[in-house]
Ligand binder design. Sequence first.
Ligand SMILES: [Mg+2]
Length: 346
Amino acid sequence: MKITNVRAVQPVAEKSPPDWRTTLGQILVAVDTDVGITGYGVGGGGLAGIHVIKTVLRDFLQDRDPEDVESLWELMYQTTLPYGQKGLAIMALSGIDLALWDIRGKAAKLPLAELLGGKVGQPMPTYITVWDTIHAALDRGFRSFKLHVENRDDGDKVAAVASTVEEARREVGDECDIAIDAWMRWDLPTTIDVARAIEPFRVTWIEEPLPADDLDGYAILATESPVPIAGGEHEFTAAAFRPLVERRLHTILQPDVCWCGGLTQLIEIYKMAQGAGLRVCPHRGSEVWSLHAIAALDNDPLPESGRPWMTWVGGQPPIEDGYVTLTDRIGFGVEIDEDSLEILYS
Ligand SMILES: [Mg+2]
């Protein structure tokens, strides 16, 4: 089998928040082959990611064997090394890697979960990320929640977050799980104060309180915070996750498979974390791109709810009563209606 073309576009995502998720938003990558199989993946980086694919990686991949995924990953990484390593170039590469895995699954006529040694058809509990109130999510059957609290600040940030958590705990009762996300917006003293203030409310984790590259800050939190620390959503490649694992900087690791280097890297991160007894909860893990790895590799799966604005990826299994179940469709099982896509950038 040979690669005949690599295509990338950024479809319109109407309800996406007005920030980097629109201007440097999610891109659809399609890899065509000479046997009629097209693999699909989602990467990031918007128009910049598309530029990397069109001007560098497309020609580079032309005529190569798409099933040689791990070797191609290494070659793409080396090719983009001077301006890559992290960020936009790896986000673009992620979309290609996922498309190559889709081809691998379609060529084997298996769902990727099965190709990775797991099963489909088993309901996995999910958690839902909420930006406002959890009331609607509770009504939809979710029993595990994550609250975005990075903007809670009425002059006393610690008190504002603590009262948000206290209120949420009262609303969901004692049986449900609550985590919080600070999206890299706090500093070390604030995080420690928040952790101490919310400890009585049994919070599962505090996510990304510090900037992703503040490893020394995370090292202090790892010993000082009474609440487990989660992170990794804005980290790239398994190599960069290694110090997070070896120094045990996060109790829960949250790679985003569409950004961190694709499934090839997510598998490596899973192996590394499990070897160290750490938990992996992939960022937006209910989307099919992570879900096959979770089904195959995770003994205690807890995929995050997907993003509601990713409407152009068809074939996503729905979350019902808080559970998500993979079907037996081959590859990632996605259906992309390329003809009806509304394109923002190409
Ligand atoms: Mg997050």
